[in-house]
Design a protein around this ligand. Structure first.
Ligand SMILES: C[S@@+](CC[C@H](N)C(=O)[O-])C[C@H]1O[C@@H](n2cnc3c(N)ncnc32)[C@H](O)[C@@H]1O
Length: 408
């Protein structure tokens, strides 16, 4: 292809047909494609995440009654996401990448898909682009930050670029720090008391959401978390920001701490750091935070997205998966207590693990909202008190054993 020093191939994703670096040229010794080696980044494993992004944009626009949808993507790679926003959400898109080959490919892809009048391409540093949007008269509704690793270097400029308000949609692939595997990096990057709970994927999501709320508050924006999830190897948070010091103060009230007790399995999200485990009194529970303690979705948005994904399933890249995920998430995301890892509880009680599906059903039958968690196949979310959960695990276990007392 003229202007590019590497072979390309066409891939179809959703409604888009885009050129990407020829993937077979970048295989690891185990034969798996390594997107980071390609001269312009295209990751087919992110198709699902891009489906969710397109569906979010459509539903957000409808629910907020917006005449026009302007999406800014400061780190756009091949432009596949930008082209999909233009084609599938009828958005006006600003797509940017610091790499000149990438900017060329975005232009080519916008042209091939007949949306070059709706996709404006820049070849700048992301922060330079974001800082100059207002001067160029561009008022974004959604700023989609999809970097390598941590989104932090771009978060403040993205927030400032929103003007009176809009949505920051943020991906983080630095899941090892966020989930507590690299505690020092977690403390350094996200300014939290580090630790590793048994609900590490939800911990990662809540830390990123909490950090966005804190940065937004520093710029006098209130933040509402509309959708926050963990999938494959990344965290994704959609936060709606509105300017106002009062709003910022109210958002900060949704911050608290994550607690996990390795002695009795208690999990919780108290507002203040507890001196010990509130259930068994253990002096050394894991305490992580500050992090976001509220619901991981706005029900209206996610239910709207679930129906939209079902309606569009045939035209998305992984439509059935997206529809299944969104309808499942609509059930679990308003349960604010972190998920329980059923295998961990069973091992504490020294019994065999009961089926997570059975446990969720049993807790529902007892009158507590409960659901299996999409974050982890071994996980259950429930509003039941801790001792009720322990009793149910013991009762449903294929073997019964002895462990810590489950009475309060
Ligand atoms: C993960 S890729 C983006 C993938 C794309 N959003 C998608 O959905 O396919 C990250 C991109 O950020 C670009 N990038 C890295 N640092 C940048 C910076 N400071 N400013 C602008 N682009 C940058 C890289 O060239 C790369 O194309």
């Amino acid at each position: 292809m003229a202007g590019l020093g590497f072979p390309v191939e066409e891939v179809v994703e959703g409604q888009a047909r885009v050129l990407v670096p020829r993937m077979r040229d970048y295989l690891r010794s185990d034969g798996v494609y390594e997107p980071a080696w390609a001269p312009v980044f295209y990751n087919p494993r992110m198709r699902f995440g891009r489906d969710i992004a397109v569906v979010f944009a459509r539903v957000y626009r409808r629910l907020r009654g917006l005449e026009e949808l302007v999406v800014v993507e400061p780190l756009a790679g091949t432009g596949v996401r930008a082209v999909r926003y233009a084609l599938e959400a009828e958005a006006r898109v600003v797509a940017n990448d610091i790499d000149p080959d990438s900017a060329t490919l975005i232009r080519v892809n916008a042209e091939r898909n007949g949306v070059s009048d709706r996709v404006t391409v820049f070849n700048l540093d992301a922060n330079e682009l974001l800082g100059g949007l207002r001067r160029r008269g561009i008022r974004p509704v959604i700023i989609d930050i999809d970097p390598f690793g941590s989104p932090l270097p771009f978060l403040d400029t993205a927030i400032e670029a929103l003007g009176p308000g809009g949505v920051v949609a943020v991906t983080a692939t630095d899941t090892a720090p966020l989930s507590g595997t690299h505690p020092r990096a977690l403390r350094r990057r996200y300014e939290v008391r580090p630790g590793r709970t048994a609900w590490e994927k939800e911990q990662a999501v809540r830390i990123l959401a909490g950090y966005i709320i804190r940065r937004a508050a520093a710029h006098e924006y209130g933040a509402r978390i509309l959708l926050a999830y963990y999938s494959d190897y990344y965290v994704r948070v959609y936060a709606e920001l509105r300017r106002g010091a009062g709003r910022a103060d109210r958002s900060l009230e949704q911050l608290g701490y994550g607690v996990y007790c390795g002695d009795c399995g208690y999990t919780g999200l108290p507002r203040l750091q507890p001196p010990g485990c509130p259930v068994c009194g253990s002096r050394a529970p894991v305490v992580v935070g500050p992090l976001y303690t509220g619901p991981l979705c706005d029900r209206e948005i996610v239910e709207g997205m679930a129906s939209e994904a079902e309606r569009l399933a045939g035209s998305l890249a992984e439509g059935e998966r997206a529809a299944r995920f969104l309808s499942g998430f609509a059930r679990e995301c308003s349960i604010e207590k972190p998920y329980y890892r059923v295998d961990r509880l069973a091992s504490l009680l020294r019994v065999n693990m009961p089926s997570p599906a059975l446990l969720a059903e049993e807790l529902e039958r007892l009158g507590y909202r409960s659901a299996r968690s999409l974050f982890d196949p071994r996980a259950v979310k429930t509003e039941a008190p801790h001792w009720v959960v322990l009793e149910a695990v013991r009762r449903l276990s294929p073997s019964r054993g002895r462990g810590p007392s489950s009475q309060p």
